[in-house]
Write a protein of this length. Structure first.
Length: 170
């Protein structure tokens, strides 16, 4: 005797209390907020704000065709609003972190020997930065390279110069 199997329509479960709503959807809300914000503490704050907004608008939640879809839409919108109000990171002002110029090297001969151990490109970078006083942006324009590339090359040249000056083989 064949058994007829019909898929049953599953009614979406609506949370009857705020506690049930939080228990049912917290991880989904947190995950949605984290995807937008990228920081755990911000995602927790956004999840709390989401549930507060849902509790304040119970009538809209009750009218929603899909409670889960409504909850996640509110979570996403809350996280985006928090992202918009987040203060942008303040950029470092160029020149503030520049070290003071070297007045007189401890051992001039040793410094010249260390400079001679650098490649021509490395020597040119050190000269532009410390003798000509150019900023990394100006150095990039002068060399025709990207500013990040120039900054990285200068950092490596200075590490190599330090090693040569202090007698380390690099």
């Amino acid at each position: 005797m064949p058994v007829e199997i019909r898929p049953q329509k599953v009614e979406p479960r609506s949370a009857s209390s705020p506690t049930e709503l939080v228990e049912e959807y917290f991880m989904d809300v947190y995950a949605a907020c984290f995807r937008v914000l990228g920081r755990p503490h911000d995602a927790e704050d956004a999840a709390q704000e989401t549930f507060l907004a849902l509790f304040r608008a119970k009538d809209k939640l009750a009218e929603a065709a899909s409670v889960r879809a409504w909850v996640l839409a509110v979570a996403r919108n809350t996280a985006i609003s928090m992202l918009r109000t987040r203060r942008p990171a303040t950029p470092l002002v160029e020149g503030v972190a520049d070290p003071a110029p070297i007045r007189e090297p401890a051992d001039r001969e040793r410094l010249h020997h260390a400079l001679a151990g650098l490649s021509e490109e490395e020597r040119a970078l050190v000269q532009m930065r410390f003798l000509e006083g150019k900023s990394p942006a100006e150095m990039a324009v002068a060399s025709g390279q990207n500013q990040g590339t120039v900054a990285t090359a200068l950092c490596r040249a200075l590490q190599r110069l330090r090693g040569l000056y202090h007698g380390e083989a690099r």
